[in-house]
Design a protein around this ligand. Structure first.
Ligand SMILES: *Cc1c(COP(=O)(O)O)cnc(C)c1O
Length: 416
């Protein structure tokens, strides 16, 4: 993490968070460029000497500056929509390093990705194989495909972010995968290039990854015996981060466990999202007021669930950092927002002495923060700033109220 206290004041790299809040206003997302670079290198280093492709999962944080930074570091991208592909290309990403995941790709999205020349489609169903073959035929192209296999392992994470169990909507059950591969190999406008899985997010143990990869390798060997030769194995994303007291393996520890399982002739593809950006980010809000209802003290910020959904959506516990260090001691309080929902909370039962006008930051906000934000309650979305050393660059302007109704229109007078 690139934040620390200096003279009792919260800093991100060498920038004072209070000064940034003054300059750019709140609510404010801050990202540390060095933290993203270090996280990327933590994956890239252990992969040296292996054929590999690190495809950053764009949905974690899709700001163009973040994508551009990762593209310059050599990353590919894991996308789940045509919109994400457009973002990757606008940010200077290489479409030849893009893998396209998702259970509901439209024909238009398939055509867009085929024309862009992506690395491969991570196909999630037999229906998708047929659709992709038809779209590629219309364009006179051949679609490179990997099949997303559901290995039926328990990722031991929050049920909303576990994706590798047989009851989930993702991928093709591993027992049915050989048939799906044979079908893919038989379709003239598809070329089978790989196999992939993604078993969940915020995993804090390596064992579920190991179990899943072993199953994928078994499948790969079986396919080879059937004459279907794969060139890559995509082990997905999902490596967890430490928000408060979790102790996930580092990328190096994780890779030390999984790389030896994978035959050297296969290119290793990874799809990390959270692990590259979560701990690079802070969400900063200002206290509007405090309130004690006789049972509980509430610290009410100018930011809430519309800016950061994770606490209410996943019961995620995220670190609370008073910008003045001394305020991290104080009465036990709930940190809430102004949105009209009981679920509008950012943290519960935290010691916090902040009062009206003080600043509070939420750590670990670089992943699934801004990308999941909304304008609910007609709240313009936050500004985003990239910090590097003692410099700060506005990478997304704060939305205005006019942005709230852009594209809307009144009914014509005659219609009422
Ligand atoms: C969300 C997602 C990822 C990234 O997951 P993280 O937990 O952020 O690493 C990777 N691959 C697929 C298919 C995804 O849906």
């Amino acid at each position: 993490m690139m934040h620390r206290y200096q003279n009792q004041q919260l800093m991100l790299e060498d920038c004072s968070v209070a000064a940034l809040a003054e300059r750019f206003g709140t609510p404010l997302y801050l990202y540390s460029q060095v933290a993203i670079e270090q996280a990327f290198n933590a994956f890239a280093e252990p992969l040296k000497g292996r054929k590999h492709l690190i495809c950053y999962a764009v949905k974690a944080n899709s700001n163009l500056a973040v994508l551009n930074l990762l593209a310059r570091l050599g990353a590919g991208f894991d996308i789940v929509s045509g919109g994400e592909l457009a973002r990757v290309m606008a940010a200077g990403g290489d479409p030849a390093k893009v893998v396209f995941s998702g259970v509901g790709k439209t024909r238009a999205e398939m055509a867009q990705a085929l024309k862009a020349g992506i690395h491969c489609f991570n196909v999630e169903s037999v229906a998708e194989l047929d659709r992709l073959n038809a779209v590629a035929a219309e364009l006179g192209l051949v679609a490179p495909v990997s099949i997303r296999v559901n290995p039926d392992v328990d990722a031991k994470t929050h049920p909303y972010i576990a994706t590798g169990l047989k009851e989930n909507k993702f991928g093709i059950d591993i027992r049915m995968a050989p048939d799906a591969f044979r079908k893919a190999a038989s379709l003239p406008h598809l070329k089978v290039v790989g196999v992939d899985c993604h078993i969940g997010s915020q995993l804090t143990q390596t064992q579920p990854f190991v179990d899943a990869i072993k199953r994928l390798i078994e499948l790969e060997q079986q396919l080879q015996a059937d004459g279907i030769v794969l060139s890559h194995l995509d082990i997905g994303g999902g490596l967890g981060v430490s928000y408060t007291d979790e102790q996930p393996p580092t990328p190096a520890q994780y890779l030390a466990q999984v790389l030896p399982l994978i035959p050297a002739n296969l290119t290793v593809v990874l799809e990390p999202g959270r692990a590259l950006v979560a701990n690079a980010g802070l969400l900063v809000g200002r206290v509007e007021m405090t309130k004690d209802n006789g049972f509980k003290r509430f610290v009410i910020l100018d930011t809430g669930m519309n800016d950061l959904m994770r606490p209410t959506l996943y019961q995620a516990v995220m670190p609370v950092l008073a910008v003045k260090e001394a305020q991290n001691q104080g009465p036990v309080s709930d940190l809430v927002g102004p949105v009209c929902e009981t679920g509008d909370w950012l943290a519960k039962d935290v010691p916090l002495a902040a009062e009206e006008g003080d600043l509070v930051a939420i750590g670990g906000a670089g992943a699934y923060g801004f990308t999941m934000s909304s304008q609910y309650n007609s709240r313009p979305r936050a500004a985003e700033v990239m910090v590097r050393g003692d410099e700060a660059l506005l990478i997304r302007q704060r939305e205005t109220v006019e942005n709230l109704w852009a594209g809307e229109q009144l009914l014509p007078e005659a219609s009422c």
